[in-house]
Ligand binder design. Structure first.
Ligand code: SF4
Ligand code: SF4
Length: 423
């Protein structure tokens, strides 16, 4: 998308954030602390206490947040954005804006639409719609149903209109087709034509795809198609050996596509293994993982999910400084950590090892949503998307799990956990 005057204006507005709000990072932290003190709640707010530490350490100098260009759109945004998916409190979105976050990532199916509503309500109340980028996602019926081009166009249009209503805006900055793993969906004319029409109509400013599985193939297909502005892909340090994905990300960036990173914390900062907790504190874990992703200059920004003010404080620091501390370097070199995290990179290599053809990668993702994100709505929703003949039902009749992971995921343990959770 060329640099038209509207885009330049937005870019300028995004960069003018601090002067317009009157809040820079230090003022945000200071105001948060004084508010909490005034309310007498500071001892209940570990995030605020962490912010106070940060303020004390950094009070001697002001630093600049790192911005990167968003592909061919001409926008410039900070390298840390906000994944809103699991936010329980609208106040965290407001605090994120005041801290300098300018890109908010949501989806039509997060919290059954209430997540988009929360983003729309907070940004409308702040009166800052033009200063921010909202990315949202729709599950496109043409991916799963046999539809004519006209039906698909109408259905996609209805989904877009519903999102616009929920985010209280007449445009979506980035509209992603959610969860694409089949490269043929990338060039499906039923989907692509409807997206391009929405862009031409001004309802959408940039179009993209989110991919958790088969990422390299999906991204390469997007580059070949040439119509997409952005890809939101899973990427984290446990996948450093995925040469195909790294090459696809580099090629995408060179082609002018904005690459946005998700799953950057490899399934959440609360990695369920004693090894991590024994040797590293939560801040080291979060920052090491985020810095590893954002030190790749082919990636524009990442969307870690903040569920409390402490996460915001931990993550926002990375937007100012990508140098590793010695502990962060140690963690990233620690192979035991990578193995013990057991992050499922959705490579699908385990499929052949399950005699009942269960959707093991999706079941592993559901386990992450439930056990690590504690997002039981999303876990249930994703579980319901799997046909019964390939879902947890198959595992219930299976005494011993023989599915094998090509990496380090304990499939049998996670399937057992799921059976207990969803009896
Ligand atoms: S469980 Fe292992 S083999 Fe299966 S998709 Fe996940 S990482 Fe790949
Ligand atoms: S328990 Fe394991 S082997 Fe059995 S159906 Fe489920 S994934 Fe396949």
């Amino acid at each position: 998308m060329p640099n038209n005057s509207k885009d330049k204006k937005l870019s300028l507005e995004i960069k003018m954030d601090e002067s317009k709000t009157g809040l820079n990072r230090r003022k945000f932290l200071a105001s948060s602390i004084s508010c909490a003190m005034a309310a007498g709640v500071i001892s209940l707010c570990p995030g605020i206490a962490g912010a106070q530490d940060a303020l004390e350490k950094k009070s001697d100098k002001e630093r600049k947040m790192i911005y990167r260009g968003f592909g061919k759109t001409g926008w410039k945004i900070p390298i840390i954005s906000m994944g809103v998916m699991r936010v329980p409190d609208p106040g965290i979105i407001k605090a994120a804006f005041e801290a300098g976050i300018r890109h908010f990532d949501t989806a039509a199916n997060y919290q059954y639409g209430r997540n988009e509503q929360m983003v729309g309500n907070v940004l409308a109340k702040l009166g800052v719609r033009k200063q921010v980028i909202i990315g949202s996602k729709i599950l496109v019926p043409a991916q799963r149903e046999a539809l004519t081009e006209q039906d698909a166009g109408q259905r996609i249009n209805q989904l877009i209109d519903a999102t616009l209503k929920r985010i209280k805006s007449d445009y979506i900055d980035i509209l992603y087709v959610h969860d694409v793993s089949d490269p043929s969906d990338v060039s499906n004319p039923l989907i692509l034509n409807a997206l391009k029409e929405a862009k031409q109509a001004g309802k959408v400013r940039a179009i993209g795809i989110t991919t958790h599985s088969n990422m390299a193939m999906v991204i390469n297909e997007m580059i070949d198609v040439g119509d997409y502005d952005a890809v939101l892909t899973a990427i984290n340090f446990t996948m450093a050996d995925d040469d195909e994905l790294m090459a696809a990300i580099e090629k995408a960036a060179k082609s002018g596509m904005a690459v946005v990173a998700m799953k950057t914390l490899a399934g959440g900062a609360n990695w369920p293994n004693p090894e991590t907790r024994r040797n590293y504190n939560a801040q080291t874990v979060t920052r090491a993982a985020l810095k590893w992703v954002m030190n790749n200059e082919n990636i524009v920004t990442s969307i870690p999910g903040f569920t409390n003010y402490e996460h915001l404080t931990d993550d926002i620091e990375v937007a100012y400084d990508l140098d590793y501390t010695s502990d962060e370097k140690k963690l990233l070199k620690d192979n035991n950590i990578k193995l013990s995290i057991g992050f499922c990179r959705q490579c699908r290599q385990c499929l052949a090892s399950c005699p009942y053809n269960s959707e093991v990668p999706k079941l592993m993702r559901i386990h992450m949503y439930a056990a690590q994100y504690a997002n039981f709505y999303l876990a249930r929703q994703t579980l319901d998307e799997i046909p019964e003949s390939r879902g947890l039902e198959m595992c219930r009749d299976c005494d011993t799990c023989v599915a094998q992971c090509a990496n380090s995921v304990d499939i049998a343990q996670k399937i057992n956990d799921l059976k207990l959770m969803y009896t």
